[in-house]
Write a protein that binds this ligand. Structure first.
Ligand code: ZN
Length: 384
């Protein structure tokens, strides 16, 4: 069973349009021999922080399902209590920390559950009439769960939507992602691919797929990268990567770039890597970059002050992770090359989702307050 769970998790993880860098999670419910004879029911779920594309059995955490199911009877539960109770259900003390979406998997009664933040699903949900669009495209095959921060309340709401119509093959979590389930690994995976493909087919009707080709960085891009790196490295050394591909260029050169780029990420946990919004460089003079970075940081600090509760005195590094430069392309930053590349990878998918949504209607993201909650939420920080 675990081998099959590893296999189909990797299949999902192998497609970057479905799962990006640690995003998404999978689980299976199965019986194992109990210590006193008989069988015990186990939920084996992806641990927080591991990557589905390369996961092996050690990336999963086994939990006693009978310890988790009664939690659904509670009317409320704070995050710390949830983590504590979920951890108590672990049967292997050396297992990784179970996913923060564990209870969602537990409360769905089907054995196999797959969850992703698929681009095409986010393209549909992140529009003004997202729910109607989902209904048009996916019909009654899915239930729609309104946006709720991951955790206990979302898990209960998802289970309620499933129970209201057990004929559904999946749940769309508004502005967050897709969950499919089934009696076998194969069915759950096939349903995932089926729903994502239907969403993709709809989007490509509104949009001609763009052709991407990589250009060599021009002198102007190199100059700009140096200025950005200098501006970002005032506190500590940062790496800057440049993507001047045709796709990125077409995006940054859009006439509505300000409006579309300042909405927010496609799914909440991207906020941890890309920040809520990219910096959009408005001047073509590289000498202005430093003052634009300072302005971005001031706006970021104001955002933290506005949403933080008084006892919080912690702020992430206020500088931008994504910098969009019209005429050049996409710049991303990180402490390492790998981190900067990871940010670029996520933002390329964000651009894709935005292009798709705006081709159909308009792109919208979660509110500033909802995203702040995720960006400064201790449970999400474990992922980093
Ligand atoms: Zn998720």
């Amino acid at each position: 069973t675990i081998d099959l769970r590893v296999y189909s998790s990797r299949l999902l993880g192998a497609d970057p349009a479905l799962v990006l860098l640690g995003g998404g999670n999978t689980s299976v419910k199965h019986d194992v021999p109990g210590p006193l004879g008989g069988q015990v029911r186990i939920l084996t779920i992806k641990g927080s922080g591991s990557d589905l594309a390369s996961i092996d059995s050690s990336g999963f955490a086994p939990l006693l399902l009978d310890e988790l199911l009664p939690l659904r009877e509670r009317s409320r539960m704070d995050d710390e209590t949830m983590v504590e109770l979920v951890t108590l259900a672990l049967i292997n003390s050396s297992a990784p920390r179970p996913s923060i979406e564990t209870l969602l998997h537990a409360f769905i009664p089907l054995n196999w559950v797959d969850h992703s933040h698929a681009d095409s699903i986010l393209t549909l949900t992140n529009q003004p009439d997202g729910e109607e669009i989902i209904r048009d495209v996916l019909g009654n095959d899915v239930g729609v769960v309104p946006y709720i921060k991951p955790g206990f309340d979302l898990s209960k709401a998802a289970a309620d939507v499933y129970e209201a119509d057990k004929s559904i093959i999946g749940l769309v979590l508004d502005k967050h992602g897709l969950v499919t389930f089934g009696p076998t690994a194969h069915e759950s995976y096939e349903r995932h691919v089926e729903l994502v493909s239907r969403a993709e087919a709809q989007i490509s009707q509104s949009r001609k797929r763009r052709v991407t080709s990589m250009f060599k960085a021009s002198d102007a891009a190199t100059q700009m990268a140096m200025r950005i790196r200098g501006g970002l490295s005032r506190r500590r050394r940062m790496i800057v990567r440049f993507d001047g591909s045709a796709g990125s260029r077409a995006f940054v050169d859009r006439h509505d770039i300000f409006e579309i780029s300042q909405q927010g990420p496609a799914t909440p946990d991207h906020v941890l890597r890309t920040k809520r919004v990219p910096m959009l460089v408005s001047s073509s003079d590289p000498d202005d970059v430093l003052s634009e970075i300072e302005r971005y940081e001031a706006v970021y600090s104001a955002y933290v002050t506005k949403h933080a509760v008084p006892c919080d005195d912690f702020m992430h590094d206020p500088s931008p992770r994504v910098v969009l430069v019209p005429g050049l392309g996409l710049f991303t930053s990180g402490r390492t090359v790998r981190e900067a590349e990871g940010v670029a990878e996520i933002y390329r998918h964000t651009m894709d989702v935005i292009e798709g949504a705006t081709a159909m209607s308009q792109y919208i993201a979660l509110s500033e307050a909802d995203l702040f909650e995720i960006e400064y939420w201790p449970l999400e920080l474990y992922k980093l």
